[in-house]
Every structure is written in C-alpha cells, then in structure tokens.
Design a protein around this ligand. Structure first.
Ligand SMILES: [Zn+2]
Length: 115
C-alpha cells in the first residue's frame, strides 16, 4: 500500500497571523485555550486573568542570571561572591536585598539598576 500523503497540520495556514491572547491589550501569541503562556499559567494557578507585569526589558549588556535579568557586571560579582562564600546565587541575592532593606543602607554599586 502506498503511503498516504501527510495530513495537513491542524495549525494555521502558512502566512496566516498567529492568533493572539484573548485578554484585551495583552498582544502575546495564543498558546492554549486562547490564552498566551503567561495568562494560561496565571489562569491555572490563580483562576484569574490580570495584566502580566512586564519583565525588565532585554538590553545590551544584560544576561539571564538565577531567574533574573542582570547586568553582566552584577552577575559576575554575585557569581564571585557565591564562590567565595560557598553559597548559592539565590542566597547571595537574598543577602544583598536584606542588607539593602536594613537601616536604609544602599545596595552595592554593582547591584543598583542602571536602566
Ligand atoms: Zn495574554
């Protein structure tokens, strides 16, 4: 028996616009049940649909680090401090934030936002 032709994919036709998230003013591509990935996750975990708070925008000189987007310098300093003190990156970040919150002290210069 001859192999049948491959069935056309159930997804959109080539060139068609990707469907967008049904949440007004979201603008992300729909992922499941008419919702983008962020709103789908939000709906599953909270049962509600609210605007998604924006991440820090990607920009030159920033890197993904421990679930955050940091300057390359901050990531390097945290990595060094973690190695020196035998701590996880998250523990170093927590220490920096806690020091910052204590007595109105300023965070170390490398940890200050520069955008
Ligand atoms: Zn959305």
């Amino acid at each position: 028996m001859q192999r049948s032709k491959r069935m056309p994919s159930a997804t959109r036709k080539p060139g068609a616009q990707a469907p967008l998230c049904m949440v007004p003013s979201c603008g992300r591509r729909a992922y499941a049940r008419g919702l983008c990935q962020a709103h789908h996750r939000q709906h599953l975990t909270t049962g509600k649909l609210k605007p998604i708070r924006p991440y820090r925008p990607r920009s030159a000189g920033t890197v993904k680090f421990s679930g955050l987007r940091l300057s390359e310098k901050a990531a390097r300093e945290i990595d060094r401090k973690a190695a020196r003190e035998g701590l996880a990156h998250g523990a170093v970040i927590a220490k920096i934030l806690e020091e910052w919150g204590r007595d109105g002290a300023k965070p170390p210069a490398f940890a200050r936002a520069s955008y």
